[in-house]
Design a protein around this ligand. Structure first.
Ligand SMILES: Cc1ncc(COP(=O)(O)O)c(C=O)c1O
Length: 435
């Protein structure tokens, strides 16, 4: 054993030396709550990590996984499959915006993004347009930790330690400025930020660009909703220049914004859509890429026996994940989760925006059941204020996430109005106590 730790675990995105001194360990979960190993109940205002959208321990999902594990533990997805994979693909596509007709399964959001980027490049190759290899991401975008996703991501600190990433990547600015602070939902101004895409295309030569990738609502980068008309403009510019548009809906999908996907909320359909997290309610790792019929069809050429897309993962369409995904869709329907989110989102938004009176709050951004409360940074110690607030919330029985100067909130979508009030009351009290 090394000298600094008493456990073999190296945890992701975790300050390990601090964690070793003070371990936060969860024992069980049900509905809106976690129970820690020392028996404390904590209201989960993060849906785990933006993923347990239908709430913890959903009976039908647990049962479906159990049943699948006992019947078919594994089958390769290379040149074969199983009924639940076909069923899940069909049911998922039925929820998707019209035109997204196919789904390629992965095991995580990172793999979904890398898969989408590879499909985008290979699509242009398949059409004989071999010059289109460049990707355009956006500032503050998070697209997972694969080399592809990290390359298009817009969070510099996450790239710093990992050497050269994909070349041929450019970034759009965030469609945000201080005049948009405290906008309820989608800011009314700011669509003009999409014009930056025209400038990038001019700099990089539009004929060399394969795809633009954005989260419809920036998630872990700080919850930035798209200004009204912004995504429409991106779509138009992409269409005009033969560039594919990829939405990363790993967070914004599965009811988070009150529809199955953000694309439906904003009325813009991408060519490819990356999914994960809420796809299986977080219960089994899974991701996927929804693909337009037109993109798929471009691959379907050459001899019948030739593999059209040289890509895939051992655990693509894993039986347990497909079972969890099918049960998740059924639970969403049964509980009418989208309708519930539409009903409580205004309550959420009002409770969030009421924090603007608190002196430490620089901005509040809330849409659907997402929220970022941005704090004024401590000049001498950036990031420490949000971390302290999050710790105080946890001690008071509410789990929130601190990231930089932001407190991030993304609760299970079965949340009640009372629980919304409790989260924001707890947050306000924590804010009142920190300097
Ligand atoms: C928008 C977005 N894309 C991709 C990912 C990566 O997903 P995963 O952690 O499952 O690889 C995340 C994870 O938070 C995400 O928020």
């Amino acid at each position: 054993m090394n000298q600094t730790s008493t456990s073999a675990l190296w945890a992701p995105f975790t300050p390990m030396r601090q964690f070793d001194r003070q371990r936060l360990l969860i024992n069980s979960a049900e509905g809106m709550h976690y129970t820690t190993t020392d028996g404390r109940q904590v209201l989960d205002a993060m849906a785990g990590l933006w993923c347990v959208n239908a709430g913890h321990g959903q009976g039908p999902i647990v049962e479906a996984i159990r049943e699948a594990a006992g019947r078919l533990d594994f089958v390769s997805s290379f040149k074969m499959s199983h009924p639940a994979a076909l069923d899940f693909a069909d049911k998922l596509v039925a929820k998707a915006p019209a035109g997204l007709d196919k789904v390629f399964f992965t095991n995580s959001g990172s793999e979904a993004v890398d898969t989408a980027l590879k499909i985008a490049r290979a699509y242009h190759q398949a059409r004989g347009d071999c010059r289109r290899t460049k990707m355009i991401g956006r500032a503050k975008g998070y697209h997972g930790m694969g080399f592809g996703g990290l390359s298009v991501s817009g969070i510099g600190r996450q790239k710093r330690d990992f050497g050269p990433l994909l070349g041929d990547v450019a970034h759009l600015p965030l469609p945000y400025d201080t005049s948009l602070r405290f906008s309820p939902g989608q800011p009314g101004q700011g669509a003009h930020y999409a014009d930056a895409l025209l400038q990038l295309l001019e700099i990089h030569d539009p004929a060399t660009v394969a795809a633009v990738i954005v989260e419809p609502v920036t998630g872990s980068g700080g919850v930035y909703a798209p200004p009204l008309g912004y995504l429409q403009k991106l779509r138009e510019i992409c269409d005009r220049h033969g560039v594919l548009l990829i939405f990363d809906e790993v967070i914004s999908g599965f009811g988070r914004l009150g529809e199955s996907f953000g694309a439906q909320v904003f009325g813009v359909t991408p060519d490819l859509m990356a999914l994960a997290k809420g796809l299986t309610n977080g219960a089994v790792p899974m991701g996927g890429v929804l693909v337009s019929g037109a993109v798929y069809d471009a691959f379907m050429q050459g001899p019948d026996q030739a593999i059209e897309l040289m890509h895939g993962y051992t655990y693509s369409a894993h039986p347990l994940a497909c079972a969890a995904g099918l049960a998740t869709l059924a639970v969403h329907d049964e509980l009418r989760i989208n309708a519930h989110v539409q009903q409580v989102a205004p309550v959420w938004q009002n409770a969030a925006l009421a924090l603007r009176e608190q002196g430490l709050v620089l901005d509040v951004r809330a849409i659907g059941l997402l929220c970022a409360v941005e704090l004024k940074p401590r000049e001498s110690a950036p990031g420490t204020r949000a971390a302290e607030v999050a710790q105080r919330c946890f001690d008071a029985g509410v789990l929130v996430r601190a990231s930089g100067e932001n407190i991030l909130l993304s609760p299970p979508l079965i949340i009640t109005e009372e629980q919304i009030a409790l989260i924001f009351d707890t947050l306000r009290r924590a804010l009142d106590k920190v300097a």
